[in-house]
Design a protein around this ligand. Structure first.
Ligand SMILES: NC(=O)c1ccc[n+]([C@@H]2O[C@H](COP(=O)([O-])OP(=O)(O)OC[C@H]3O[C@@H](n4cnc5c(N)ncnc54)[C@H](OP(=O)(O)O)[C@@H]3O)[C@@H](O)[C@H]2O)c1
Length: 352
């Protein structure tokens, strides 16, 4: 029998990289949902996936799957979300969309609960957007510093994990690692590329034993779509539409957890002690910063955890108003599924 008290949730894209982590997160967090309906493409219809300790059959995406649903999380490609989120919203479902389809729509809030959670209530299209994983991997820490110091400029470089490109990204790295293991590859120009051949998956170059200064598609003047997302989304979330932001996105051979170096300039002088205290006390952020003891965040330790980890906190040598940080965040948890779950929980609290 349908649960009349607790809201019904649909997870659209339940079989994907983000969807898989979402089911794990839904099994770990407070059980606020009545029915949880799992949805994917017709390819996956009939598969059974575990959520909250129960096997649930996956349904193919259709208008009918939204009957009786209160909140739907969309973890599907942009074009699928662009087509189907408005269909769900027209049926009265509150959509929390993880794709890039609606993030910059002025009528769709772009929500990070720790930074701008109040925006969920204003949703004229019935759609709420979840930021890109690279933006999310740093924005909780930056939001806390901005609230205290007033952000004036950002210069960011990312070191992005392959799971940011979905299941295909992870499969590509694993295949390439098997190919290069135990060989001398990576010692002569082009040897790696010749060995990998066309099997570069969603990346323009081999990613094993390599770093690739590219993520996303080509935008004007040589910028990548991922770099533009970090800039546009940071501005929208922080409410700073003119914030100067310079970003370089780089793919590294890490399975999951994005890292970023951040140069953040503020309105007035900052101190390392003050910044450390803000970071250490901000909800959702962990300060892990003791280089003398070899302590700084790395993806190997951060993967599978919820917070944004911050280390290497320094004041810029040539600018007393700027900080240098190294930030790590699990791109599939806070960078995607966890933030979506948190937004959906805010909506559920409002509906209950
Ligand atoms: N990976 C990340 O770090 C990350 C972070 C933030 C946001 N995102 C965004 O989240 C979304 C999902 O990413 P992902 O990495 O999880 O991708 P993925 O691993 O490729 O999974 C895609 C999911 O979408 C479903 N799907 C594809 N075409 C569909 C269709 N026509 N109808 C219904 N379902 C369809 C797939 O179902 P089948 O299994 O049946 O094909 C699968 O469940 C994307 O918009 C991505 O940009 C990803």
């Amino acid at each position: 029998m349908a649960d009349k008290v607790r809201p019904t949730l649909a997870v659209v894209g339940a079989t994907g990289a983000v969807g898989t982590v979402m089911l794990r997160i839904l099994s770990q967090r407070a059980d606020i949902w009545g029915e949880i309906r799992l949805v994917a493409s017709p390819r996956s219809a009939g598969r059974k996936l575990a959520v909250r300790g129960e096997e649930v059959e996956v349904a193919a995406l259709s208008e009918e799957v939204f009957d009786g649903v209160d909140v739907a999380m969309f973890d599907v490609p942009d074009e699928v979300a662009a087509q189907w989120a408005p269909i769900a919203a027209a049926k009265g479902v509150v959509v929390v969309d993880n794709s890039g389809a609606f993030r910059m729509d002025p009528e769709v809030p772009l929500v990070v609960p720790e930074v701008n959670g109040h925006t969920v209530r204003n949703r004229p299209r019935g759609i709420l957007a979840n930021p890109n994983c690279t933006t999310l991997s740093m924005i909780v820490a930056l939001g806390a510093l901005h609230a205290e110091y007033g952000l004036r400029e950002l210069v960011v470089s990312s070191y992005q994990a392959v799971s940011g490109a979905g299941r295909a990204g992870v499969e590509t790295l694993r295949r390439q690692i098997s190919l290069v293991a135990g060989t001398e590859l990576g010692t002569g120009p082009g040897d790696l590329r010749r060995a990998v051949g066309d099997a570069t998956g969603p990346f323009p170059e081999p990613v094993a034993l390599n770093v690739v200064p590219w993520a996303g598609s080509l935008r004007a003047d040589g910028w990548s779509s991922e770099e533009m997302k970090v800039r546009d989304e940071s501005r929208k979330i922080l409410g700073l539409p003119k914030l100067p932001v310079a970003v370089t996105c780089v793919r590294v051979p890490v399975v999951t957890t994005h890292s970023l170096t951040v140069h953040a300039r503020f309105q007035d002088e900052v101190t390392v002690e003050g910044a450390r205290e803000i970071i250490a006390t901000a909800p959702g952020v962990v300060l892990f910063d003791n280089p003398a003891a070899g302590e700084f965040p790395t993806p190997a330790d951060v993967v599978g955890t919820d917070p944004t980890w911050v280390g290497r906190v320094r004041r810029a040598l040539d600018d007393p108003t700027a900080l240098e940080l190294f930030v790590c965040g699990d791109n599939l948890r806070k960078g995607a599924a966890l933030n979506t779950a948190q937004i959906a929980e805010l909506v559920a609290a409002e509906l209950s």
